[in-house]
Design a protein around this ligand. Structure first.
Ligand code: HEM
Length: 119
């Protein structure tokens, strides 16, 4: 494999546990894919729309042009409330990629609500 990323290794038994609509993983040629959200057609938001959701009552963030509603998650975020609050409504791609494990990558998918509309 010529991937630049070091991927996490899973046993087939571990993958098999993710067999519900809440967490759905598949294997293709020994690679593991999280397809939990793939059946959904996502809503498109402009950056300005996302930016309005910048309080603890409604807290959205952007990672790689995807929109996540982390309102219910922020209080249990392992990195604390503050880092997420600082990026409320904004693009947090760089800080997310720099600070998170593959587990966190999977975890974030459950909060996805849409994608950024690019004109
Ligand atoms: C849905 C979005 C997010 C999820 C699911 C998530 C999840 C996690 C998890 C599981 C950890 C523990 C370390 C790891 O396993 O990687 C962590 C740590 C952390 N997160 Fe997040 N996070 C999210 C968004 C963010 C955002 C937007 C920021 C900053 C703007 C942030 C900043 C941090 C920091 C600074 C740590 C601590 C890293 C360390 O202790 O070295 N996270 N997060």
């Amino acid at each position: 494999m010529s991937d630049h990323k070091k991927y996490k290794e899973y046993t087939v038994d571990e993958v098999l546990k993710h067999n519900t609509k809440k967490s759905l993983w598949i294997i293709i040629r020994d690679e593991v894919f999280d397809v939990t959200n793939d059946h959904k057609k996502y809503k498109e938001y402009t950056v300005d729309e996302v930016l309005k959701h910048n309080t603890k009552k409604s807290l959205w963030i952007i990672i790689r042009d995807e929109v996540f509603d982390v309102t219910k998650f922020v209080d249990s975020h392992p990195g604390g409330c503050d880092p997420i609050m600082n990026f409320a409504g904004k693009d947090s791609t760089t800080v997310f990629v720099g600070n998170h494990s593959d587990d966190a990558e999977h975890m974030k998918n459950q909060f996805k609500i849409g994608v950024i509309k690019r004109t």
